[in-house]
Design a protein around this ligand. Structure first.
Ligand SMILES: O=C(CO)[C@H](O)[C@H](O)COP(=O)(O)O
Length: 229
């Protein structure tokens, strides 16, 4: 994973932003590169308003002078730019490594277009090597986890409750939920899995982003490639 590559992909996406746009702004190290590119363009006169997908992104935007609003105030967005943990066939994605999948999905779904930015290590022939994050409400965690593991039984290993770095306490999302990371190895029927997971009471959402991204800018050593869904 190269920071230079992330920045190149982010810079390319920032070129697609024009004044007047209402922007969804993603979360993670690559999305942070995008915020930096965007802030530079804002200092040069670009007039946009953004909706951050996490408190972490909000803090960076505020620090760098990117004007923010809320999704409720703006309604629909023109474009969302976000990173991904895996980019699979048809720009199917696994997201949520940074724990922001719920707001990221709400914001992406409210946007006319989504651009994914990544270095080429994120490109995969099939989704699933990266553990699939599943966001759940804390109430009834054990029952929800059992139901999830029943769905996943034929596909992979049990789930891990995500912990906060270095301490034996659950990681808590911006929405006050927990995350179960499912080690699946390979996901062949992503649509079916997505439907089965959201049907479980207690599951808030999951990190499968299917049919949401239209474009990806993927940076390699030489250049930035544009991929389309
Ligand atoms: O989904 C995400 C956060 O919830 C991130 O976009 C994803 O984890 C990629 O992060 P990074 O750019 O740091 O590799």
């Amino acid at each position: 994973m190269s920071d230079t590559q992330k920045q190149k992909a982010a810079d390319r996406a920032a070129q697609d932003v024009v004044s007047g746009m209402k922007l969804g702004i993603g979360t993670g190290s690559t999305a942070e590169c995008f915020v930096k590119s965007l802030a530079e363009r804002v200092r040069g006169g670009l007039d946009i308003v953004g909706v951050p997908t996490s408190e972490r992104t909000r803090a960076l935007c505020e620090e760098l002078g990117v004007r923010l609003s809320t999704l409720d105030a703006l309604g629909t967005l023109d474009l969302t730019v976000d990173g991904a943990d895996e980019i699979g066939p048809g720009l199917s994605l696994i997201k949520g490594g940074g724990g922001a999948l719920l707001r990221e999905k709400i914001v992406a779904a409210a946007s006319e277009r989504m651009i994914v930015i990544a270095d080429e290590s994120k490109l995969v022939p099939a989704l699933g090597a990266f553990p699939l994050p599943i966001e759940v409400v804390p109430f009834g965690l054990a029952a929800t986890r059992t139901a999830i593991e029943r769905v996943l039984a034929e596909m992979g290993l049990p789930t891990d409750l995500r912990l906060r770095g270095g301490v034996e306490q659950p990681f808590v999302t911006d929405g006050g939920h927990y995350i179960l990371d499912a080690h699946l190895g390979r996901i062949d029927e992503a649509e079916t899995l997505a439907r089965s997971l959201v049907a479980i009471p207690g599951v808030v959402d999951h990190g499968l982003f299917l049919g949401l991204a239209q474009t990806a800018y993927v940076a390699g050593e030489e250049d930035v490639r544009m991929l389309r869904a």
